[in-house]
Design a protein. Sequence first.
Length: 759
Amino acid sequence: MSTLIISEKNKAAQAIAEALGPTTKIQVNKLVKVYHVPSRDVYVLPLRGHIQQYENTAAYKKWTAKDPRDIITDPHAIAKIPTKFGGPYISALKKYGKLCTTCVVGTDADVEGCNIGLMDAVPFVTAVNPKIRIMQIWLNDLQKSSIQKAYMNLIPPKWSWAYSGEARAQIDAIIGFSATREVSLTLKPILQGINVKFTSIGRVQTSLLYLIYLREDIIRNFKPSPFWTISAKLKIGTSELKVNHVKNNFTDKKIAEGIYSLIKNEKIAILEAVQTKTRKINPPVPLNTSKALQLITKNLKINAKVALKTLEDLYLNKLITYPRTDSDVYSPTYDHKAVLQKFLTHSMFGQFTRDLFKNRRIIPTKGKHDTGDHSPITPLESLEPNASKFGNKLQQQVYNLIARYYLALFGEPAEESDTRILVNIKNEKFMGQTKVLLKPGFYSIAPFLSPKYGAPLPSLPPVSSSPSTGSKPTLPVIKIDLEEKQTQPPPRYSDTSLLQLMERKKLGTKSTRPAIIQILIDRSYIQRQGRSVFLMDLGFLLIDSLVMIWKPFLDPVFTSNVEHQLDGILNQKLQMPQVVDAIKKDFLRLFDLFRLEKPKILQKMQALQTTGNVIRGRNNQILSGKTKSPRSSQTTNTKGGVPAPVLSSAKCPKCKTHPMKLVVSTHNKAKIYKFLVCNEPSCKTYLSLPKKGSPTLLKSTCSICNFNIVKISTSAHGKRFHYYICPLCWNRGLKHQSGEGFCSKCKAFHIVKGKCMKK
DNA sequence: GCAAGGTC
């Protein structure tokens, strides 16, 4: 009466086995081990995520062998086959499937988990043992007590969840494969010229690229317009307060100048009104993956991929709960007391936690979504910053954010005051505002959630409302300013705002969003420059040619419709084959439309090539068209949809033709080498970079040698900071020990003998 | 050669 439990990954298998009793390991083959629990006659077999995936069948392997359209219409164009690493897992499934009488699917408690267990794995078990009983264990976390409880309450398999995942996989494969081939083959003449092999198209990635394109379009076409502001600096006791003219911003220069010239020498402001409002700010809601990634990328200034990897590492070390969750509501039975008790003695969080118990604040805030898969992200241990359980500093920093955020859920509301004053300077009215934190509440444990507050103002003289008293109090004016400013375009996306955008538009899942951003980077559609994401020419080119005809596919509405129908399968309101057929039909119509418009698209491309504008491909190399100087190519030209090159490239100082690329490589896992190297292998020119800190190649160039500046982000004494170097000057400086090419503060710098001349 | 979704 043996039982086989299938888990999604090794750590989960180990946790399940150890919760059920004393465990021994059996090495089944080179890759696979199972955990044996003799006391219960249980074998726990860990998979490695999906062990099967959709691929084109043999007849469709070659891109040109069949019409890409047939991938949509031919039901035999794709098939589910074992992944590269699937084989050893499949033979283990067969071996233990044969000798067990019950098979328990113990993969993650979500759609993909059900799909992995019931669709990828179980078929191999039932093939060798048709009579085996199939059950499922629903695990919200890997704590011993939760596992024991769930094992006593096995559930029937959630087939509808598994089918929902299966439909998603089929739809994505059909759309992705057919469209990638069709678009790549169409653009072939162009792509060949720019040394690009293919242009990938996918339900999620192409939609995201479209949104980045829309933002880029606004930025490129943005016409800044001037406006003027008048402000005054007032002295209040020992502090200063900036007040703004109530008619800011002025669009008419003459009016602004007229007012300014009348009042510019005035030294007295009459205090007309003071109003103070206080407001309570409630603690945040529990942390799901999406919010956690935003929190981490924003506060630690790391990219989304690294943030997710660090969460995963913390989870595998059993320091936090499962990091992939959409829930921001705890189940009513969640044992917060047990978690909080661990923090009572913590050197930094202890006092806050003791206050929680003292004030009986042990119920967390509540969000809106309880998806019933995993609990919100929660610390499982109370660890000091120097704990050896942290694999690296980043893990410690991420844990610190998660732990503080969790404790904040139980904290008191914060309280702020908002003081507004109205003054009169020679009959012109000015307003000032200052926000002050009155009670820190939960901000005390999670200061990173707090907005910036001003220092409290010294008490202002009372403003008499009675006209009989005659004079009103006055404040000294330190100075009055008239400034000319320019309207600004919206900012480019960062990892944090891209994640926000994807969440808002329901693009990708909690766990794939960082990977989708990475795909766009790998395909040379977009590029990170510092914290900003730039659309590259290839990305612009692709969307610009699709935007006329494929709006219904590019728009995130397409994906939300797909996901709506997938939910229908999960809720047993729709059937998988009908959903897949309906979406195939939808997409086939768009596919045919693309074919119909092909000549137009090619014509547009042709026009592009003959306008002499630069198209850049991989590594931002200039690959076709007449080249322009980097400076003039910065200017915007969107006439006729021609992409304006976005980034200047750091040209090799020796061969002066090829760009330098940034290389960060690990060697023996211990040493990290960072340098810039010429993209032309035969040139071999390289420039060293500082050993410490992470480098980013910037757009701005050195005013001495015109080479691109590199920003070095690093830390010392626990504080993060950055500085700028010109790699070329810096390397020359290293040679002559002159200290040139280095500036700690400004971006556009001019360094001579170690001193920045622009300071 | 391709997707998106898992996991390492």
